[in-house]
Design a protein around this ligand. Structure first.
Ligand SMILES: Cc1ncc(COP(=O)(O)O)c(C=O)c1O
Length: 448
């Protein structure tokens, strides 16, 4: 019998102590395509891209090969005075993929640090220009990572509330949460009133605000809240008129996930700074990008004693193995003309999602590209949720897991993030298993 000693030593992320004991993590031995296999050989469909990173499935042959090749050449070199060949190649390819205005590429090693870098650049940029802008605007329901800077602009009370009082300089507008619109409007006929708050913030504090940080088109961690491009239009217009830098956190949405190369493309806008991570390496290794407009970079030009250097860097910044994985993942994206070439699969995916709507406990269906979600409700007529303490979404995910389907609800939201090369029969299986799990939930909780 294998020892369970490791469980007593482990501190799992986002997991309470009791839950870790009652529901120990499933040990996964291997992966292939959309499937993961536990140590008993049981197969699971990974419907969420393993924390939204797996753009081309697990153990993709091309990315694996690229990493193996790089392993035979170089595993690490400091990115100060040196750079790996793989990182130079990555920089060139990113230059072709990114909007041409986002000309400067700064590497770090995860989504949170890409946001930290963006916040620091915004603060230092204004300081270099002699302006006193040192506050930020952000969205309620926003998530930008777990480091101190990124949580300071995060708007999810259970994640960030504890820390917010430590930061005095953030201003939060409403979440563009169309299913439960803060302004009581319908998505088709609204005029992005959810951003009235941003207008008020900028009118009152605009001269002190360095940047506005947001997840374009989809607020991921607060429940895959998909919102219309008109909201982005309003954000960009407001920021422009107040001289506020726009930071688009495309850590989750960038590089094809929303059906366009970047979520900002849905609104045909280019931010001043864009953050990328997650799918950048196809989910192989940690790597992140903060891409910046040249006009911003211009302020940082100067010699070693000019005080114009961005003094920021991480040990694994621009790591060669991660860079090789990213080069291979980007080549897959380009050669297969993703996401445009996947129109049929994306439509098939959205039809599958819509088919869940027949169920009384399913509401608030939304999708954009390869992101889809619905909310578990007690009754679709009122959209009333089940009482939190019943933990219905968690129970739902446990039932799905028994059936071989990996889902990980966010609050009441069940979401899907399949790889871009998902097969239609795999989608059929995902939605068939989802329906079975919902029916079981319904029998358990609404029978009485
Ligand atoms: C939009 C967004 N920004 C930043 C992050 C943080 O990324 P990481 O977990 O790699 O630090 C996440 C992670 O889920 C995210 O969804």
């Amino acid at each position: 019998m294998k020892s369970n000693m490791w469980l007593d030593r482990l501190w799992m992320p986002f997991t309470s102590h009791n839950e870790q004991l009652e529901h120990p993590p499933l040990v996964i031995e291997r992966g292939s395509g959309i499937y993961l296999y536990d140590t008993n050989g049981k197969q699971y469909i990974d419907a969420i891209g393993s924390w939204w990173v797996s753009a081309f499935g697990h153990c993709n042959p091309q990315i694996s090969e690229a990493v193996k090749n790089q392993l035979g050449k170089l595993e690490h070199v400091l990115m100060a005075g040196f750079i790996s060949e793989a990182t130079t190649e990555l920089t060139s390819i990113l230059g072709d993929v990114l909007p041409r205005q986002l000309n400067r590429i700064f590497y770090s090693d995860n989504g949170s640090t890409s946001v930290e870098v963006a916040l620091k650049i915004a603060l230092q940029y204004h300081t270099l220009r002699g302006s006193n802008r040192n506050e930020f605007a952000a969205f309620g329901g926003g998530y930008h990572g777990d480091t101190l800077g990124s949580i300071s602009v995060g708007g999810i009370p259970s994640f960030h509330g504890l820390f917010h009082e430590k930061f005095k300089k953030q201003h939060f507008t409403d979440s563009p949460y169309c299913f439960r619109c803060p302004a009581g409007k319908e998505p088709q006929s609204c005029h992005a009133q959810c951003m009235d708050g941003l207008e008020r913030i900028l009118e009152e504090h605009g001269k002190r605000i360095a940047a506005c940080v947001f997840e374009p088109m989809v607020q991921g961690a607060s429940g895959m809240r998909v919102y219309p491009p008109k909201v982005l239009h309003r954000v960009f217009d407001l920021c422009k008129s107040h001289g506020v830098i726009t930071i688009a956190d495309e850590v989750a949405t960038g590089l094809g996930r929303t059906g366009k190369m970047f979520a900002c493309d849905h609104a045909e806008v280019v931010p001043d700074i864009m953050c990328l991570a997650k799918g950048l390496t196809g989910g192989y290794l940690p790597l992140a990008v903060t891409a910046v407009r040249e006009e911003i970079y211009d302020e940082f030009k100067g010699g070693p004693f000019s005080n114009r250097t961005l003094n920021h860097g991480h040990t694994f910044t621009g790591n060669p193995l991660a860079s090789a994985a990213a080069v291979a993942a980007l080549k897959l994206l380009i050669q297969n003309q993703f996401p445009e070439s996947a129109q049929f699969v994306m439509q098939y995916f959205s039809k599958g999602l819509e088919s869940l709507y027949e169920h009384n406990n399913v509401s608030g269906i939304r999708h954009l590209g390869f992101i889809g979600a619905f909310e578990i409700v007690r009754d679709k007529k009122t959209n009333e949720p089940f009482p939190q303490e019943l933990r219905v979404p968690f129970r739902f995910s446990q039932i799905a897991l028994q059936k071989g389907l990996i889902l990980r609800p966010l609050g009441n939201t069940v979401y899907y993030m399949p790889p871009f090369n998902v097969k239609t029969e795999e989608l059929d299986k995902i939605f068939a298993l989802t329906k079975e799990a919902i029916e079981e939930i319904s029998d358990e909780y609404t029978a009485s």
